[in-house]
Design a protein around this ligand. Structure first.
Ligand SMILES: [Fe+2]
Ligand SMILES: [Fe+2]
Length: 247
């Protein structure tokens, strides 16, 4: 079920992607079997946020054990659910100790393909985009997504690869949100995240999660493919909760 992101010369990297794992404290090795399967079918595993259900350390520890079972590199970003208990740095530390690279400030390169990632934030699209005007709290809100976009841009700028993947939790486009109620699109992503993506030729694909009822595939204004890899979107479409992109 591999889908080709874009035709580029050279050997392709098989990138398995899944978002919205939502691991709970009552789960027992919830992704062990899946990660073992992915280790045999892909070269790298990318996790697109909402790794835990409430950002509890117990939830992160359960996922960490499954990550340890993975024999390919694991990288990804946190999601809003991983912030719920107010200790995302602890979640991050537990997952990092298990070998996962949590992207936020620094891009990584794996076999000639760059990976840059941030959680992202909300803010809306087109006419529905919130502007940084008026009350300080409104400006702070917009600043948050601009800061995420800036971190993504800085990472993309450091990459010297001719192919890269941008990893997000929130969506940078509205197209992959289709299926969700339109009034909540503004809470599911921000087009401000799209600007850095469309600035660099080397970005061949974008993966995100968060929109559980959204649409699998869309494109940025410049034409870069965007994939909503929330497992709840992938499962009905592919019969599996993950997808393998050839980059
Ligand atoms: Fe989610
Ligand atoms: Fe989310």
């Amino acid at each position: 079920m591999a889908s080709s992101a874009e035709t580029v010369p050279g050997p392709k990297l098989r990138v398995a992607a899944i978002g919205d794992l939502h691991v709970q404290e009552t789960d027992s090795a919830p992704y062990r079997e899946l990660f073992t399967e992915i280790s045999g079918t892909a070269d790298v595993l990318v996790l697109c946020g909402d790794l835990t259900n409430f950002g509890k350390t117990g939830e992160a520890e359960i996922l960490a054990e499954d990550i340890r079972a993975c024999t390919v590199p694991v990288l990804g970003v946190l999601g809003n659910h991983d912030y719920e208990c107010g200790q995302p740095e602890k979640v991050c530390e537990i997952l990092s100790q298990a070998g996962m690279t949590v992207l936020d400030e620094q891009a990584v390169e794996i076999r000639g393909v760059g990976f840059a990632g941030v959680k992202g934030f909300l803010g809306g699209f087109g006419r529905g985009e919130l502007a940084p005007f008026g009350e300080p709290i409104v400006k702070a809100f917009v600043d948050e997504v601009m800061s995420e976009a800036r971190k993504l841009e800085n990472q993309l700028r450091t990459l010297r690869t001719d192919r890269s993947v941008a990893v997000l939790h929130y969506s940078p486009i509205a197209d992959t949100l289709e299926g969700e109620p339109e009034p909540i699109f503004q809470y599911l992503g921000s087009q401000r995240l799209c600007d850095p993506i469309d600035r660099f030729d080397h970005v061949k694909a974008v993966v995100h999660g968060h929109a559980h009822h959204g649409t699998y595939e869309g494109r940025t204004p410049r034409g870069t493919p965007v994939f909503n890899v929330a497992q709840f979107v992938l499962r009905p479409r592919f019969g599996k909760p993950y997808v393998v992109l050839e980059i």
